[in-house]
Ligand binder design. Sequence first.
Ligand code: ADP
Ligand code: MG
Length: 293
Amino acid sequence: ATPISIMVGVGRGAGEGVLVKNAESLERLEKVDVLCVDKTGTLTEGKPSLTDVTISNGMSEDEFLSLAASLEQSSEHPLATAIVNAAKDRGLSLKKVDDFESVTGGGVRGKIDGKSILVGKRALLEDAQIEVASNVIEQVEAKQEKGQTVMWVSIDGKMAGTLSVSDPIKETSQAAVRELHALGLKIIMLTGDNAGTAKHVANELGIDDFKAEVKPEEKIEKVKSLKAEGKRVAMAGDGINDAPALAEADVGVAMGTGTDVAMESAGITLVKGDLRGIAKAVRLSRGIMGNIR
Ligand code: ADP
Ligand code: MG
């Protein structure tokens, strides 16, 4: 393509909420055949809210929620925000936390009034040798199949209860998937969330394939392995944990609603986080590149 036609394309994208930082990204989009996409904050709103609390140690719901929220105050994860907001909505007071520690992709831990507390995924409790009741596992799996994310809570080495949150799918995601499929792209969702929740979202949207419980370093590995197979790969995401994969992809696409780190690592930013922008950019790219051949 001529430099002028690319400049025109960049300008046209900007008018439609597609900010092209790196003109080569726009050129490369023409031939992209796989889009890897993060779930939370990319396909979903990324603003989960608390939907359900179960308690297995006889504590009051307020006491339980206040402990969990106290611990989550120090975490920047959207799941943490959901718990803290729920506690604030109920007017609960939060306590001081000692020895706070955040386990990336796992949860949080710390001490409150001398009690050790864990909030996070099941493996976080299991790794600490805490027994989780099989009837609770069944209840949790049923919630996950409905698309909820469930966090487990333990106090002083004993299972104490669960907190469920739900994160609605963005209104625009369905149309985006349809448009991208019409353009011939395969879509693979990569998420740190569990398989049940991931499957629900993938099914709702008609996504071709997904990988759940993905660690941040595994997102970049997946992009690398697709490239090694000869695929041209785009990656869309919003989080710090997506940034390395955005940089590794042939075309990185960040959500303008996401973290600065993601935007710095990507060649293209979708101002309002509307994934239909990727389809627009692919059409723009094919137009530009087609013009001069
Ligand atoms: P995602 O890709 O969905 O943002 P992460 O890799 O950040 O996933 O987290 C994976 C899982 O670890 C979450 O689904 C949750 O179960 C658990 N987790 C992570 N951070 C927290 C937290 N602050 N509080 C509770 N659970 C957490
Ligand atoms: Mg995300």
